[in-house]
Design a protein around this ligand. Structure first.
Ligand code: FES
Length: 266
């Protein structure tokens, strides 16, 4: 009976002529990737709810008009899917060109060079940005937060960081914001992350596919603790100030008077 029940929850679909048995309702993009069939994608991330906004993952489905985003398309028994065609190439190229219209042209100045999902897509899809009117967003890079750098000029609004902050971590610090004609990702009233209840879990850094939200400590000797507790890191006497204050607050003045004790007593 268990085998029959298990089978009932499975669907047989065909992607590019390859028959696959997949869990019913699993999204087609993940079915393809799991089977080693590459479909370009950008806003999709396996740990986040699908958004279907970038249009990189479009596919054609037999019997359906137009194209569909495979990251939001649920596998149904009997589906026949095509991931490569001239039409799909053209539409993906156009979608990527529109994304790139507001993105800095020169990848080589980006700290994420060689490790950027957008750069890989550019190489795979081969957009021609020359025919578009390029624009500069005009944001300044924000390095005022500990641990995290925000460079909204490089953002393509894939929404991964917003979903990671809101849905995955439930912190709800990052939102879509508007400045004149530009949409960007930021905090309410543009507060610093440290003033917005950010936990600095860095999930937004993990999921960002471009050089927009970056780890500030990469290539430095500073640790996360140093950055988040600067009063300890920067103290010239190397006193553990947070612990010192805890001792004083609890009335343990002797321990608080002698910094050496603080380290010994843990
Ligand atoms: Fe599917 Fe972006 S990856 S629409």
């Amino acid at each position: 009976k268990d085998v029959i029940t298990a089978r009932l929850n499975m669907a047989v679909i065909t992607i590019d002529g390859k028959k696959l048995e997949v869990p019913d309702n699993k999204n087609v993009l993940e079915c393809a990737l799991d089977a080693g069939i590459y479909i370009p994608h950008l806003c999709h991330h396996k740990d986040l709810n699908p958004l279907g906004s970038c249009r990189m993952c479009i596919v054609e489905v037999n019997g359906q008009d137009g194209v569909m985003a495979s990251c939001t398309l649920e596998a149904k028994d009997g589906m026949v899917i095509t991931t490569k065609s001239q039409k799909l190439d053209q539409l993906r190229r156009l979608a990527l060109e529109l994304l790139l219209a507001g993105h800095p042209e020169d990848c080589s100045t980006c700290p994420k060079y060689g490790n950027c999902e957008l750069q890989m897509l550019i190489q795979y899809i081969g957009p021609k940005t020359g025919r578009l009117k390029m624009r500069t967003k005009g944001f300044s890079e924000n390095e005022k937060n500990p641990l995290i750098i925000h460079d909204m000029n490089r953002c393509v609004l894939c929404g991964r960081c917003v979903r990671a902050c809101n849905e995955l971590r439930g912190v709800k610090v990052l939102h879509y914001q508007k400045k004149e004609m530009e949409t960007y990702v930021g905090t309410l009233h543009d507060r610093l992350l440290k003033d917005s209840d950010c936990r600095f879990c860095q999930a937004c850094v993990e999921v960002c596919p471009t050089g927009t939200i970056r780890d500030k400590l990469i290539n430095t000797d500073e640790t996360k603790e140093d950055a988040v507790v600067p009063c300890r890191h920067a103290c010239p006497a190397h006193t553990d100030i947070p612990r010192y204050i805890r001792y004083v607050r609890s009335g343990n003045y002797d321990a608080g008077t002698f910094p050496a004790d603080m380290y010994l007593e843990g």
